[in-house]
Design a protein around this ligand. Structure first.
Ligand SMILES: *Cc1c(COP(=O)(O)O)cnc(C)c1O
Length: 437
């Protein structure tokens, strides 16, 4: 039985609960029927240019044939297998390939399903690492505004993001220190970085040897509104954490796999964390998969004869072969020369268009890291609920652009396959919409 689009829409309206959506006021969801490259085709015949990479996951374009083929071939051979006592080629190869691209001795990948669970795993590994060494460490330190996902531990680490007030009572306390957000033409960044590092040093002092780990989204705080910091700050931060004897967790769920220009933000900043969380771009945006990669000494602390020293954590679909096969195909595309040059071209266009907008009415702070460009509409700090957000979103949808602001922050985070003409068209629309506001 085939259903008409109206019938499908009615089923959705009656039975589906959408994320981050107030169903009481939301317009019916746009029905996607197909997509290729940077374009999503909707059931009503309209096309949308995907400038947010479908929630920051898509790298090489929708429906990329190489990734689609890898998934189909894998599905015909081995679709899923329990990952305790069993392994398979795509999981082993993908773990080795990602570890090979990461700095230092980040050699051990633990698979899970999405960004939130990758963070949850990192927090739990840090806790048990200390326990296995005979210490109890209960304090975590995070950065103001940081977002780490929607599960309980990740929400606790991200409590200052403002997204989680409905669950305040179910979170565990996490210390926060200021994030030294910076922007084009910012001439006080050094003072802000110093204040942040001082606050961190104070927190280490206050908690003595109780700090299990420090967690940060390196170079770009995504959900906080594409707030960016400098590589120099991360280097100083890493040295301070090292000196304290605690662990450093980098949440590269969004920044990984080329977003910041380099393959990973830690590569760009030349630092090696103890644990790194990867997801979103890991499969090129095709299927959910994540990994938390640990340094050798973290893994070694879980070795022994005793099961209680082991990491007794896992998910039904851990290391799903379809996800791993997609990950391998996506990595091949990512490492090709033309992908690097495409990312460079995106950054060049972003720079030119941001510079053209800077100083115009309604354009506040502009900023750019790699393929991610952002600007504040009006003043900064109006937050996720800014009243301008829905107006901007619908103005862009009307123009066939999927460009979904975070509060009053407008950002472009396109798939790497976007053409220069498509990207210029998007920036033209940004200029127009800001003009008409
Ligand atoms: C999206 C995101 C997460 C959560 O990932 P999910 O796949 O949505 O669970 C965690 N950390 C960062 C930095 C993210 O951008």
């Amino acid at each position: 039985m085939t259903l008409s689009y109206d019938q499908i829409q009615a089923l959705d309206t009656r039975h589906v609960w959408h994320p981050f959506t107030q169903a009481g006021t939301a317009a019916p969801a746009i029905m996607a029927v197909a997509a290729e490259g940077a374009t999503i085709h909707a059931a009503d015949g309209r096309d949308y240019l995907d400038l947010v990479s479908s929630w920051w996951v898509n790298l090489h374009g929708h429906g990329h044939p190489a990734i689609a083929r890898a998934i189909a071939e894998q599905a015909g051979r081995l679709e899923q297998v329990i990952f305790a006592d069993f392994t398979h080629e795509p999981a082993a190869r993908l773990a080795a390939a990602v570890c090979g691209l990461l700095p230092g001795d980040l050699n051990r990948a633990f698979y899970s399903d999405d960004g939130s669970t990758a963070v949850e795993v990192a927090l739990k590994l840090a806790h048990q690492y200390w326990r296995n060494l005979g210490e109890t460490r209960g304090t975590y330190i995070a950065f103001e505004g940081g977002y780490h996902g929607d599960t309980a531990g990740a929400m606790s680490a991200g409590h200052s993001s403002g997204y989680f007030s409905a669950w305040k009572e179910m979170l565990f306390p996490v210390e926060t220190v200021p994030f030294p957000a910076t922007w084009d033409g910012d001439d006080e960044v050094e003072a802000r970085e110093k204040a942040s590092l001082d606050a961190l040093a104070q927190a280490f002092k206050r908690h003595g040897g109780d700090v299990a780990a420090v967690i940060i989204e390196p170079l770009i705080q995504g959900a906080a509104g594409m707030r960016m910091c400098r590589p120099d700050f991360l280097r100083a931060l890493s040295a301070l954490v090292r000196e304290s004897g605690s662990l450093l967790i980098l949440d590269e769920v969004m920044t990984g796999f080329g977003r910041t220009g380099d393959l990973f933000a830690c590569v760009k900043a030349a630092i090696t964390p103890d644990l790194i969380c990867l997801s979103k771009g890991l499969t090129g945006g095709f299927v959910p998969l994540s990994m938390t990669v640990a340094r050798d000494r973290i893994f070694d602390a879980f070795l022994g004869q005793d099961l209680s020293r082991a990491f007794l954590h896992g998910h039904s679909y851990t290391a799903n072969p379809l996800g791993c096969a997609a990950g391998l195909a996506s990595l091949d595309l990512l490492l090709a020369d033309d992908c690097r040059s495409r990312r460079g071209a995106i950054e060049t266009i972003h720079r030119r268009r941001l510079d053209r907008l800077a100083g115009r009415g309604k354009v506040g702070r502009t900023r750019l890291t790699g393929t991610v460009a952002a600007l504040d509409v009006g003043g900064s700090g109006e937050g996720y609920g800014a009243e301008v957000a829905p107006r901007l979103k619908s103005a862009f949808l009307k123009r066939g652009l999927l460009l979904r602001p975070l509060g009053n922050v407008l950002y472009l985070l396109p798939p790497y396959c976007i053409t220069e003409a498509e990207l210029d068209r998007a920036w033209d629309a940004v200029e127009e919409v800001l003009e008409d506001l």
